[in-house]
Write a protein that binds this ligand. Structure first.
Ligand SMILES: [Fe+2]
Ligand SMILES: [Fe+2]
Length: 221
């Protein structure tokens, strides 16, 4: 895909997301609260898991949706799937985000049933431990993982290194380990496989090369 085509796709996805949020009263209220959470001073440290990541995840999820999918539930889950990272470390952030999300959703006025489904979608983004049990969970999970399955992963791996305060070789090593656990089938929707599987495999190969490079180039005294 050329850069112009890619730009067009991004702009359209951004527009679709904006429309979906502004046309839904509860989603508009939720988005306001999420934005407030991500503007806390502590969030400055999040070089990768910031509001941009959340919005990219939500617009990718919309791309994966079919007409019958419940976009309100899916967008809300994307907006909230990493919300705990605004106040606590990475470990088990899916569970912590789900807990915080439930409180926010209740306060805003989401129904009990929607809140439970959004909570399940958030828990499904634990890529190492959770398998999706419903299509909406698969959509949110795939949209989140697609973040590391496009041509911009090199830049994102630098953002991750900054966020975790890890050297680049550690990020490359951890990425290879994660990708190996998720391959050969990292995605659960047909569309995500079509759009992102090739890039996922390619990024895995690139990161593997980086790990080998660090091994060879390391100066041992
Ligand atoms: Fe996450
Ligand atoms: Fe995420």
């Amino acid at each position: 895909m050329s850069l112009t085509q890619l730009n067009k796709t991004f702009r359209k996805a951004e527009k679709d997301l904006k429309k979906a949020i502004t046309e839904d009263e509860l989603l508009s209220k939720l988005f306001k609260e999420v934005k407030k959470e991500y503007s806390k001073p502590s969030v400055g440290k999040l070089g990768f898991h910031n509001l941009d990541h959340v919005l990219r995840t939500a617009s990718r999820a919309l791309r994966l949706c079919k007409k019958k999918d419940d976009k309100r539930v899916i967008i809300a889950a994307c907006l909230l799937h990493d919300i705990a990272l605004t106040e606590s470390p990475y470990e088990e952030h899916e569970k912590k985000s789900a807990l915080k999300a439930v409180k926010m959703l209740k306060r805003i006025g989401f129904s009990k049933e929607e809140t439970e489904r959004i909570r399940s979608c958030i828990l499904a983004t634990d890529h190492l431990h959770a398998k999706p049990e419903a299509r909406e969970q698969a959509i949110v999970k795939d949209a989140d993982l697609m973040e590391v399955a496009d041509g911009s992963f090199l830049v994102k791996s630098m953002q991750l290194a900054k966020e975790f305060d890890y050297p680049a070789d550690v990020i490359a090593f951890n990425t290879v380990k994660l990708f190996e656990k998720l391959l050969p089938e990292p995605f659960f929707t047909k569309k995500a496989r079509k759009i992102a599987l090739k890039h996922f495999k390619n990024n895995y190969k690139e990161m593997k090369k980086a790990v080998d490079f660090y091994k060879v180039e390391k100066v041992r005294l």
